[in-house]
Design a protein around this ligand. Structure first.
Ligand SMILES: *Cc1c(COP(=O)(O)O)cnc(C)c1O
Length: 384
């Protein structure tokens, strides 16, 4: 049996047609008609006209911070429980990440803590943070209504890290369209791939034009090369956009597949004591379930970890690995990462618990219902 991977990319079969057409017209260039078409088609899917295709989700977050004017000496409030790519761009612009803990329903940024932290940072630094960066972990929308309400009340812009949340919805609206900016990723392991790429959803045409300008070396409109600000080489290649266009055609099918796999895990594991499958907290949330995630045991919230998952979780991971199943611990919180040891952090212990007790299970387009039954059987027999 082939190894069952977390989220192996799957081609629709049409990628080659788009690429052939582009190559026939010599469009093997950094930008081109397929990039424009990909932006338009993605925008139609998301319900916005202001999408900029980029070479990575990380670049999208970086450009959003630049577009908001975040820089040296500023603070940005970021969700601590995430992948490093959410937070690193804060450092790229010379700002300081203020890391805040998650709440247990969505596993994402805690809105009450957010308000306390805004007030505390004002007390400590005399300044309001310049941006708020919530993440849709594993596709699960964060408490969008409450986060936006707090952000709006204090006049702080929100950059949504929806890198894992393409196709997820909150109250019927697509993720990435709630904040001033929304970042998406099309890396090889995400919901769809461009072989490497991302996009930034912008608030209006002017902001999108500014982002494109920064992403193409900040060339001023002169007949010669004139540069007045620092630019980047962050645009998507035309060939990558070809892959993206073909992947968009199967996006609805892939989303349905991820949700079907999730439902099956929930059904098969629902009466296994000591295993909790993370589902939508209520009917406003509609996660894409990029990966299925579980928590083991009933450890107390509030204890801090020693830097590694609990032994029971590691034992299950190894057992599944022997059975040719790839699983992975949840994201290790940024406030526990050596590289962010000096960043201000506001902890409640929730993300420490998630990291210690959690595991991601395979859910990509190649994972079959039989695979899920096989995985669930092993988990059931291992957890007593
Ligand atoms: C993948 C990911 C990113 C970065 O996207 P890339 O396209 O790999 O640069 C950012 N944030 C989160 C939460 C991610 O999972």
């Amino acid at each position: 049996m082939e190894r069952i991977l977390l989220c192996k990319p799957r081609m629709s079969g049409r990628e080659i047609d788009y690429i052939k057409d582009a190559l026939a017209e010599d469009w093997a260039v950094p930008l081109g008609p397929d990039v424009t078409a990909f932006e338009k088609e993605l925008g139609e899917y998301l319900g916005t006209d202001h999408v900029v295709a980029l070479n990575a989700g990380t670049s999208a977050i970086h450009l959003a911070l630049l577009a908001l004017g975040v820089g040296q000496g500023d603070e940005v409030i970021a969700q601590s429980m995430t992948f490093a790519a959410s937070v690193n761009p804060i450092r790229y612009v010379g700002a300081t990440p203020v890391l805040i803990d998650s709440e247990p329903r969505t596993w994402n940024m805690n809105p009450e803590l957010l308000e306390e932290v805004i007030l505390d940072r004002e007390r400590v630094t005399g300044q309001r943070p310049k941006a708020i960066l919530p993440v849709a972990l594993y596709g699960m929308p964060y408490e969008i209504g409450r986060i936006m309400e707090v952000a709006g009340r204090y006049g702080i812009p929100v950059v949504e890290d929806a890198a894992e949340g393409l196709g997820s919805e909150f109250e019927g609206r697509k993720l990435g369209t709630f904040g001033q900016y929304g970042a998406l990723s099309f890396n090889g392991n995400k919901i769809i791939t461009t072989s490497g790429g991302g996009a930034l959803i912008c608030p209006d045409a002017e902001a999108a034009a500014r982002v494109k300008f920064l992403a193409t070396q900040a060339r001023e409109p002169f007949p010669y090369y004139q540069h007045e600000v620092i630019g980047y080489n962050y645009r998507l290649s035309n060939i990558s956009a070809c892959i993206g266009r073909a992947q968009l055609e199967v996006l609805p099918e892939y989303l349905a597949h991820h949700r079907m796999v999730q439902d099956l895990y929930q059904e098969l594991l629902k009466d296994v004591a000591g295993v909790e499958v993370h589902g939508n907290p209520d009917s406003r949330f509609d996660s894409n379930f990029w990966l299925c995630t579980i928590l083991l045991g009933n450890a107390d919230c509030g204890t801090l970890n020693d830097g590694a998952p609990d032994s029971e979780v590691e034992a299950l991971r190894r057992r599944l690995d022997e059975a040719r199943i790839e699983t992975r611990p949840l994201w290790k919180p940024m406030y526990d990462q050596p590289v962010y040891a000096d960043a201000p952090a506001y902890r409640t212990g929730v993300s420490d618990l998630l990291f210690r007790r959690g595991l991601c299970l395979p859910a990509g387009p190649y994972v079959t219902p039989d695979n899920v039954r096989y995985i669930a059987d092993i988990i059931r027999s291992e957890i007593k």
